[in-house]
Design a protein around this ligand. Structure first.
Ligand code: XMP
Length: 523
């Protein structure tokens, strides 16, 4: 298997470089600039990322390229391009005008391997305050913009290329082709890393790792744990036992529906119906963190009690994916990345379980592609993310069975309406596909039940009932999000349906706040 190494200097879009390379069916790994891995025989080339830093600043990130430059194909992007200039005989200076945004890039060396099949003039995205004023030793310009002469260069006698723009971002129209030319043309990667090849390799690896041992996995109804379960099931069959906990806070019919689908897929699933335990633990608690703690603790108790019944279990499988694993690289002090919490608490130590994480190398959209290749239903594969504490953090304040019933019914109407409303936008979960309905164009959606009641009128009667807020956002990883522009006629229909059909609600609002400063969930 061919591999590309991406060295991360801390740019916000480094993960995008990784995704673009993976879209070419080429495996790649992202490593922080200060932790360059040992290269094995599968490495075919190296990409240097952008950075919020300037090569001219004190403590600018540096990397030892002595084993890389001139020895492996090398592509510097933005900071990467400036880094190669700065350290190898060129010059980088503050740019007179900040070079930011769209620019027209003109190829000046049409024979350059990087630009085969690329238009001689195309839009690119610039984002830097510095500019290369003198090229590194032995370099020649291969492309320019009207403002930036040294927009792209090649070092003669080496497979070293550099571009000051960002080919990985959407606004660089022919950026994907340039990356393809580097990865497949210059580095010679074959592009044979597909969902099917991943599955067969992963199955062999799982078998080699766990052998005849028994494995436990916590299913949540979400994409990652479902794909991990089906993959493990293919590898080790009935030696895998899955536990699916009903915390009483799931969506309408969710426990039954998801359990049924799992059984259809041949999974060995224990469904632990424990709603009452959770509601008892939540009684009287209205503080969001207090609710999270009560739900988290009860989950661990229920999961552990079920897991203990599985004799001779040696492994705990988790649906960890690549964005959870990539070491966040910060060049400006420790980053404030918030880690997702691990639901299974101290179980691995208590039961002496070893961990198996078959999806560790995959991005979310790749998990979905693997899921499809494994034959998992589209409805499960393209599900929105859903928080561990479930509807518990979408009922503001104290949770009661009555409020849960109201929220489940309103949420059901909203989600079903999103699924049935036609729409042709890029699919949020996998931007290389086109959505066919609103649900797929949205990254995450749900309904919040507010702790306020207001006056309304229905027929001849005065009502005094709850307000619900609809939330629908676009995002790539949940760290930032924008509210989604739902069509007016869609909002009108959903509002009407909820108020007419859900007893206890007389008012529907739409949340038009972005994250930051708001969050996706209201608690
Ligand atoms: P916020 O509300 O912080 O949410 O913008 C970002 C993403 O994380 C999910 N979320 C959680 N997931 N346990 C989880 O497993 C939690 O306590 C939790 N809180 C928020 C949220 O649904 C969104 O996808």
């Amino acid at each position: 298997m061919d591999k590309i190494i991406i060295l991360d200097f801390g740019s916000q879009v480094t993960q995008l470089i990784g995704r673009r390379v993976r879209e070419l069916n080429v495996y790649c790994e992202i490593h922080p600039f200060n932790k360059v891995p040992a290269f094995d025989e599968t490495v075919r080339g190296v990409i240097l990322s952008g950075s919020p830093a300037s090569v001219r600043q004190e403590n600018a990130p540096v990397v030892d390229l002595s084993g890389i430059k001139g020895k492996y194909p090398l592509l510097g992007i933005c900071y990467g391009a400036q880094y190669l200039a700065h350290h190898f005989g060129g010059k980088v200076e503050a740019s007179g005008s900040r070079e930011y945004g769209r620019a027209m890039f003109n190829v000046t060396d049409t024979a350059c391997p990087l630009f085969q099949g690329v238009s001689t003039s195309s839009q690119v995205w610039m984002s830097h305050g510095d500019t290369i004023t003198a090229l590194p030793e032995g370099a020649e310009v291969i492309g320019s913009t009207s403002d930036v002469v040294n927009a792209a260069y090649h070092i003669k006698g080496e497979d070293t290329y550099a571009v000051q723009f960002h080919p990985e971002v959407f606004h660089s129209k022919e950026g994907p082709k340039m990356l393809e030319n580097f990865v497949k043309g210059v580095c010679g990667c074959k592009g044979d890393w597909t969902a099917d090849s991943f599955i067969s390799t992963a199955i062999e690896e799982i078998r080699a790792k766990v052998g005849e041992d028994k494995v436990i996995l916590g299913l949540s109804g979400g994409v990652d744990s479902t794909v991990a379960a089906v993959l493990l099931n293919k590898a080790i069959g009935q030696n895998l036992t899955c536990i699916f906990v009903d915390n009483g806070l799931l969506r309408k019919n969710e426990f039954e529906d998801v359990l049924e689908s799992y059984k259809d897929m041949g999974l060995n699933v224990i469904g632990a119906r424990s709603g009452k335990l959770f509601l008892d633990a939540l009684a009287g608690i209205s503080d969001p963190e207090g609710k999270r703690k009560a739900i988290g603790k009860t989950f661990i108790d229920v999961f552990n009690a079920e897991a203990m019944k599985i004799e001779n279990a040696k492994w705990l499988a988790q649906g960890t994916i690549y964005p959870d694993v990539i070491e966040s690289c910060s060049v400006n002090g420790p980053s404030a990345k918030i880690k997702s919490h691990h639901n299974v608490g101290g179980l691995p130590e208590k039961m002496h379980l070893k961990i198996v994480e078959p999806l560790r190398s995959l991005f979310k959209d790749e998990v979905r592609r693997v899921g499809r290749a494994l034959g998992i239903k589209e409805e499960l594969v393209s599900r929105h993310p859903f928080p561990g504490p479930s509807l518990g953090i979408r009922i503001l304040g104290e949770i009661t069975e009555d409020k849960l019933e109201i929220l489940r019914n309103a949420d059901d109407i909203f989600i079903k309406s999103l699924r049935s409303w036609p729409c042709e936008l890029p699919a949020a979960a996998e931007p290389i596909r086109t959505a066919t309905n609103l649900y797929d164009a949205i990254w995450q959606a749900g309904v919040m039940l507010l702790p306020v009641r207001s006056v309304g009128v229905m027929g001849d009667e005065r009502t005094y009932e709850y307000t619900v807020a609809l939330r629908a956002v676009t995002s790539t990883d949940g760290m930032t999000a924008d509210w989604f522009p739902l069509p007016y006629d869609f909002m009108a229909k959903v509002s009407n349906d909820i108020i007419n059909k859900v007893k206890g609600v007389n008012r529907v609002c739409y949340d038009i706040s972005s994250k930051p400063p708001a969050t996706i969930e209201w608690e």
